[in-house]
Write a protein that binds this ligand. Sequence first.
Ligand code: SF4
Ligand code: SF4
Length: 290
Amino acid sequence: MEVDCENCAGCCVDWRALADVPEHERRGPQEPLDDTYNLVPLTREDVRAFVDAGLGDAMTPRLWRAREGPSVEVDGHQVAAVAGKPAFFVGLRKVPKPVAPFDTDPRWLPTCAFLDPETLQCRIHDDPEYPAECGAYPGHNLALDVETECERVEEHVGGDRLLDDTPPGETAALLFGPEAVGQKVFVYPEPDDLADGLVDRLVAGEPTDVDRARFVAVAAASAPGTTAVEPTKREQAYEATLDADSWVGRAVADWATRADSDDPDPALGERVEAARGAPETPGWDALRSE
Ligand code: SF4
Ligand code: SF4
């Protein structure tokens, strides 16, 4: 497997506005409640690493409308369920950032909270909380013989992105099916507690801090292969996530305001993120000279 990621970030940015891209994330039996494109599903270990790093406020849940298969009613909506309880992913928040993927003119596009808008590199690439899914991408797609984001970029924008499509030998972290429960697919234990408008907020892309913390805490306190949730870990993760005041959380509101008023200048990342403590990225010249 070999990819050319320079000036791409196709798997970190919602670039649907730049090309006539089909809604491929909507394929399959379950439809996300939210409209986030390419949400990175975090493992339980990823979730814990973000909470421990004080980055609990960078995560957000995903639930699905149940078209078929097991479901449970939440606030009058049928959502996908495991063992009669709402199933969910935890992913990273996307915010409008001024980015110029594929050498296009800069524009405001929904972008992963951790992408440096100027270099289009990941700010946590070398950190312990770098998600397993990001580190493996697009290896799982190649192993399963499904289209990669790199190929979608090639098809809709041009260029060569997927330079070697040989699947990696190591695919142990695939986590699909029953073994994903408690490790990547989590289960919210008390569906009745979610009957407070949560579904409408997720559909609107406006979960509250409390909404996000509730799901992050359950994921952090889950156990592989079961729907069990450890109460003390859950409480600790909930408090840590609600208390989190990271550069990500502080930048989110600023980006949202600027997207309504400012020209899309990628250099704003310095003021909005780096000045609040975001890790710097090396740039592509530095990587080429390594
Ligand atoms: S879509 Fe593929 S080539 Fe583009 S940044 Fe992601 S992994 Fe790299
Ligand atoms: S964590 Fe980094 S690699 Fe993963 S989607 Fe976000 S910016 Fe991209």
